[in-house]
Ligand binder design. Sequence first.
Ligand code: AMP
Length: 286
Amino acid sequence: MRVIHSVRSLHIWRRTQESLDIQVGFVPTMGALHAGHLSLIHRARKQCGIVVVSIFVNPLQFGPAEDLGRYPRSFIADRRLCREAGVDLVFAPRPDEFYPSDFQTTVMVNRLTRRWEGEARPTHFQGVTTVVTKLFTVVRPHVVYFGQKDYQQSLVVNQLIRDFNWDMRMIRCPTIRESDGLAVSSRNRYLPANQRTQAGLLSRALGLGVDAIKNGECRVRTIQSKMQKMLGKASDVHVEYLAVCDANTLEPLTQVQGTVVLLGAIRLGNVRLIDNRLAHCPRKIR
Ligand code: AMP
């Protein structure tokens, strides 16, 4: 497995791969790798001849009051996990080379970023789309792997791929969860034991919403109040949003129709958690 830190070396490496006519699969990450990231890497390993993983804590996607400084960094362990998973190349750009002091370009997807995470974290998605554009430009992958865990992000990046006519395919991989349903995340480690127990309620609440839809409930207010009630059981949970939206546009619905996504964001102390579930309305609305 190769590890490359400089953009120039990556360009040289990529040129040597060109003549080989092999599919390059790419998994962008911020490191602190866990079972969720590994599921993306394993999927890429199965489907592509070359697997590239990037490890880069992207300062542009953190707001001024967010946890950039204390975001977990574990490069040596990450490198080992990548090697064990059969990764061909780890690209870990140096922040000062990737964003030199005269860096001044921003890439932005508009409509899809307005609500939900975009509203709670106003500069987040432009940070994501800017770094993803840079990473895609240097890695030039054929297939890119993103987690359903960050559902809105996966839609935003997919839109970016379409809007720029990039010749690449996105695979959205299922969310990997702890035994109580909590989506695996590098931020879970910040939860003290009592709040860790309460964190599991977010996925249970979304699951309750999915079950209600499966049983024919189409009124979003009723679904939302069931989910809210479940989260109300946890004294430390502050709900930021619990929404039932069109799965493609993320516009909020009043009646469930077709495929929908249930999105949730909560705060537990100073830890912010997001999760989502997809559901399909079993009956047609006339
Ligand atoms: P991050 O390092 O948080 O930027 O995440 C890198 C990629 O891993 C993103 O596409 C995430 O959606 C994905 N990811 C993070 N957590 C999980 C999880 N629990 N299950 C599946 N994918 C995940």
